[in-house]
Ligand binder design. Structure first.
Ligand SMILES: Nc1ncnc2c1ncn2[C@@H]1O[C@H](COP(=O)(O)OP(=O)(O)OP(=O)(O)O)[C@@H](O)[C@H]1O
Length: 295
């Protein structure tokens, strides 16, 4: 089903001179839901949900250490028990592609097509049902829901975020002003000293993007982070993505804004119902996608 045009092959050949950063090989991802989501332990925050999350986190950690093992087997057992009485969503169905250093790759598709799920799988947050994901270096996922601490000021969150990304305290303090300036949260007053709960969702998203993009990442995945910013911020962040791509590894951008994708990415993956419909140069894929959406 994947459409690989001649131009894509040429483009891929050019990128093949660069080392691969992400290889996704026949990936399948399945969500399992126990019961109807109502009643004791059945909801997202219920006991089964938490147990699965704990098992998934342990499996990801363990798999990094020993390429599979006890935690993975525990997760499989848990899934076996849950699948008896639960429902499943087969979110990613046999997706394969290779990303190379220096690429900025847009991920598009209609609602529920699997865009966020595939980024979560690349980040190691969703274990594959089958297939493999190989990554060079540490992938970082920046989502609109990424946790910042609501009770702390923006400034404190900047420091914590930098420390969490592996900077030393000196580096974090040195970067603080630049990050706040880039985010633009102080453009209308001294917001950086206010608790994050006083921020609009757009301001919080801008600060998250500013923190995450202050460091060079091997693989940076951005899920809709640009959608909430205003036009001026969107321009700044698109330029930042281009810099990150030049300086470091690979950038993935999930967005419903074809303009953001066009201005930022040179390659696009188009997913529908969990399958890869097309993988190719931005203009070509967007044209086909727009035609599909207008039907
Ligand atoms: N935690 C979850 N539990 C069960 N099913 C889920 C969960 N998260 C996503 N799904 C399902 O997996 C499929 C893919 O969802 P995903 O969020 O990856 O799509 P998306 O392309 O990012 O959607 P959108 O554009 O609406 O953000 C959908 O059918 C969705 O209902």
């Amino acid at each position: 089903m994947t459409d690989v045009s001649e131009e894509t092959q040429q483009q891929t050949a050019a990128h093949e001179e660069q080392p691969p950063t992400v290889i996704v090989d026949d990936l399948h991802v399945v969500y399992r839901l126990r019961g109807s989501g109502q009643g004791k332990g059945g909801g997202k925050g219920g006991r089964a949900g938490k147990a699965e999350l704990r098992a998934q986190a342990a499996a990801s950690r363990q798999e990094r250490q020993d390429g599979g093992g006890r935690a993975s087997r525990a997760l499989k057992r848990l899934r076996g028990q849950q699948s008896k009485g639960g429902r499943q969503v087969h979110a990613i169905k046999g997706v394969s592609f290779t990303a190379y250093r220096g690429e900025a790759i847009g991920v598009i598709g209609s609602n529920g097509s699997g865009k966020s799920t595939i980024l979560r799988a690349i980040a190691g947050l969703m274990p594959p049902e089958s297939g493999r994901v190989f990554t060079q270096g540490q992938p970082s996922l920046l989502g609109v829901n990424a946790a910042l601490m609501n009770d702390l000021s923006g400034e404190r969150n900047v420091i914590l975020g930098c420390l969490a990304m592996g900077m030393t305290p000196d580096e974090a303090y040195a970067k603080r002003e630049e990050i706040i300036k880039f985010s633009g949260i102080n453009e209308k007053g001294d917001f950086s000293s206010l608790p994050m709960r006083a921020y609009s969702s757009g301001m919080a998203a801008r600060l998250r993007f500013a923190i995450a993009s202050a460091k060079n990442h091997d693989v940076l995945m951005i899920d809709e982070a640009l959608a909430t910013g205003d036009r001026k911020f969107r321009k700044r962040s698109e330029a930042r993505i281009r810099d990150l791509r030049e300086e470091a590894g690979t950038v993935f951008l999930v967005s419903h804004s074809n303009k953001s994708i066009k201005d930022t990415c040179d390659r696009v993956l188009w997913l529908e119902s969990g399958s890869l419909v097309m993988d190719g140069p931005t203009d070509e894929v967007l044209e086909a996608y727009e035609e599909f959406m207008s039907r």
